[in-house]
Design a protein around this ligand. Structure first.
Ligand code: GDP
Ligand code: MG
Length: 151
C-alpha cells in the first residue's frame, strides 16, 4: 500500500556548481511530487556532521564533510506517494557508475564522492533530516493539481 510521505532531497555543492538545480527540481515536479520546503544553504561542518552522523568513522567521512561544505547546497522537502523510496529510485545508486541511465546520478555523475544529490533512505531518517534542515517548519498550501496526480 502506497502512503503519502515526505522526503529530504538535497542538491550537493557539485550539483549547484554544475547548474543542475533546475533539472533536479524539474524531475520531482514533473513526477507529481509537491514542494513543501526549499532553500539555498551554506552548511557548516557541525551541521553536516550531524546530517551524516551514521557515517562517522568511515574512511571517506572527512572528505565527505569537506566536499559538502565546499559550497552551497539546495535543501528541499518533497511530498507524495512513497516519496522516500521513489526519491531514492530517481537519484540512482550511491555509486554513479552503478546508477541506471534515466536516474539523476546515472545521467550526470561518475564518482561516488561527487554524486550530485542526496535523498533520505528511510521514513525515519527523512523525519530526522527534515527537522535538522528545516527547524523553522515546512510550508502549508494546497496544490490545485492534486486531483490530477492522486486518485
Ligand atoms: P547515499 O545515501 O546514497 O547518499 O549513500 P550513503 O549514505 O552511504 O553515503 C553518503 C554519501 O557519502 C554518498 O552519497 C557519497 O557522496 C559519499 N560516499 C559513500 N560511500 C563513499 C565511498 O566509498 N567513497 C567516497 N569518496 N564517498 C562515499
Ligand atoms: Mg545515505
Amino acid at each position: 500500500m502506497s502512503t503519502k510521505e515526505q522526503t529530504y532531497i538535497m542538491v550537493k555543492p557539485d550539483g549547484v556548481q554544475r547548474g543542475l538545480v533546475g533539472d533536479i527540481i524539474a524531475r520531482f515536479e514533473k513526477r507529481g511530487f509537491k514542494l513543501v520546503a526549499l532553500k539555498l544553504v551554506q552548511a557548516t561542518t557541525e551541521h553536516l556532521e550531524k546530517h551524516y552522523a551514521d557515517l562517522k568513522g568511515k574512511p571517506f567521512f572527512p572528505g565527505l564533510i569537506k566536499y559538502m561544505a565546499s559550497g552551497p547546497v539546495v535543501a528541499m522537502v518533497w511530498e507524495g506517494l512513497d516519496a522516500v523510496k521513489t526519491g531514492r529510485v530517481m537519484l540512482g545508486a550511491t555509486n554513479p557508475l552503478a546508477s541506471a541511465p534515466g536516474t539523476i546520478r546515472g545521467d550526470y555523475a561518475l564518482a561516488v564522492g561527487r554524486n550530485i544529490c542526496h535523498g533520505s533512505d528511510a521514513v525515519e531518517s527523512a523525519q530526522k533530516e527534515i527537522a535538522l534542515w528545516f527547524p523553522e517548519g515546512l510550508v502549508q498550501y494546497t496544490n490545485t493539481l492534486e486531483g490530477w496526480v492522486f486518485e
